[in-house]
Ligand binder design. Structure first.
Ligand SMILES: C[S@@+](CC[C@H](N)C(=O)[O-])C[C@H]1O[C@@H](n2cnc3c(N)ncnc32)[C@H](O)[C@@H]1O
Length: 358
């Protein structure tokens, strides 16, 4: 604990009081597994919405929990940094994980999340064959796709993982007729993969491995120059975890491209299109990327077409590209540089340094 910044005695007492109550401790233990809404907590804990809201208010006032509003929904999360986060972390870690009440809460959390995921999957199964049409709600695809290609142009790639591949559109764009790229498309919807398979065959994109699997536990070994998460995060209950998984699969020097909406107020995308999040702020996504140890480029925004100009700002769907890179030097280059340095030191080097090797 010596390296943890201290809080005032007053703050410490307030935090201990806030979490020192049965329901509030259970809420804190649940939020430790990712952000939740009041309605999630109501379903899990079986308590009324006003009671849950009152507990969340007390936790928020004590600085234990942070709230962020997104349209009609509010998400609650534990504070991530500082002495209060450390104090709460110790309290959670100390509690017996086999405690029947806490273990039951976690089972209920898994159940609620599975129900939400099943709703989204039903939606994808229903719309699989007309998904490309749904995508036209925002900036035209050709504009977004040109921006993606331009953003990735500064560096070649030989392996691509498309997480939540849907109809396989990103694979068509990024692989095309190249035979030198190893590509995997991952999706948890069997129906979507069926459409992707047909589309890739029709477009004569060969050698793509389409796999059914979840972005939270991808059935894929690490080793990709490029991982793409295109219009997927807004469906997820724990987007930060998906970003972390995507990052884990990168090669040294690899890049992670996230494409999703900037914050908006189109609530119907939740009710009619299974979205969970109404877009993401730059600092949120960049924060996830940086926490994963990546270096994030400046986000690129793609505005909707001119005919959306009459709409309120929060009704316009702005697509954002967040590109981040692992700044570790690829092993081959690093090894070569080390060898070269050793040779220079021993005086045995020749002048023959391959072009572009360093
Ligand atoms: C909006 S579509 C986007 C598809 C594609 N990336 C594109 O932009 O054309 C979202 C896709 O994410 C998939 N998906 C949603 N949650 C997922 C999860 N937890 N694991 C894997 N795929 C998921 C859905 O099945 C769907 O095909």
């Amino acid at each position: 604990m010596a390296d943890i910044a201290t809080a005032s005695a007053r703050t410490t007492i307030d935090v201990l009081r806030a979490i020192g109550e049965d329901t509030r401790f259970r809420i804190v233990a649940l939020l430790h597994h990712g952000e939740l809404t009041v309605s999630d907590l109501t379903d899990i804990l079986g308590q009324s919405q006003p009671r849950i809201s009152r507990h969340l208010k007390l936790l928020t006032e004590a600085g234990v929990v942070e709230k962020h509003r997104e349209g009609a929904w509010a998400f609650f999360d534990l504070v991530a940094h500082g002495p209060v986060a450390a104090m709460v972390g110790v309290a959670i870690a100390t509690a017996d994980p086999d405690d029947p009440v806490l273990a039951n809460d976690l089972d209920r959390l898994a159940l609620v999340r599975n129900q939400r995921a099943a709703t989204a999957q039903e939606y994808f199964a229903a719309i699989a064959d007309r998904w490309d049409e749904e995508r036209s709600l925002h900036a035209p695809d050709d504009v977004v796709e040109a921006a993606i290609v331009a953003a990735l142009a500064d560096r070649p790639y030989r392996s691509v993982l498309d997480m939540g591949t849907g109809t396989g559109r990103m694979l068509q764009l990024l692989i095309g007729d190249r035979l030198d790229v190893r590509a995997i498309g991952l999706d948890n919807s069997h129906s979507m993969l069926g459409v992707a398979r047909a589309n890739l065959e029709r477009a004569e994109v060969h050698g793509v491995d389409l796999r059914q699997g979840d972005v939270y536990s991808p059935p894929v070994e690490p080793g990709f120059d490029l991982v793409v998460v295109h219009q997927v995060l807004h469906f997820l209950h724990d987007p930060a975890r998906a970003v972390h998984e995507a990052r884990r699969l990168l090669n040294p020097g690899g890049r992670l491209l996230i494409v999703d909406f900037a914050p908006h107020g189109l609530e119907f995308l939740r009710t009619d299109h299974a979205h969970r999040r109404l877009g993401f702020r730059d600092d949120t996504v960049v924060g996830w990327l940086q926490q994963s140890g990546l270096h994030a480029d400046e986000p690129r925004r793609i505005e909707p077409p001119d005919d959306a100009r009459g709409l309120h700002d929060d009704e316009r769907l702005v697509v954002t590209l967040w590109l981040a890179r692992d700044i570790e030097v690829p092993a081959t280059t690093a090894d070569f540089a080390a060898e070269l340095a050793a040779e220079v030191a021993s005086g045995s080097t020749s002048d023959a340094v391959p072009e572009g090797a360093l």
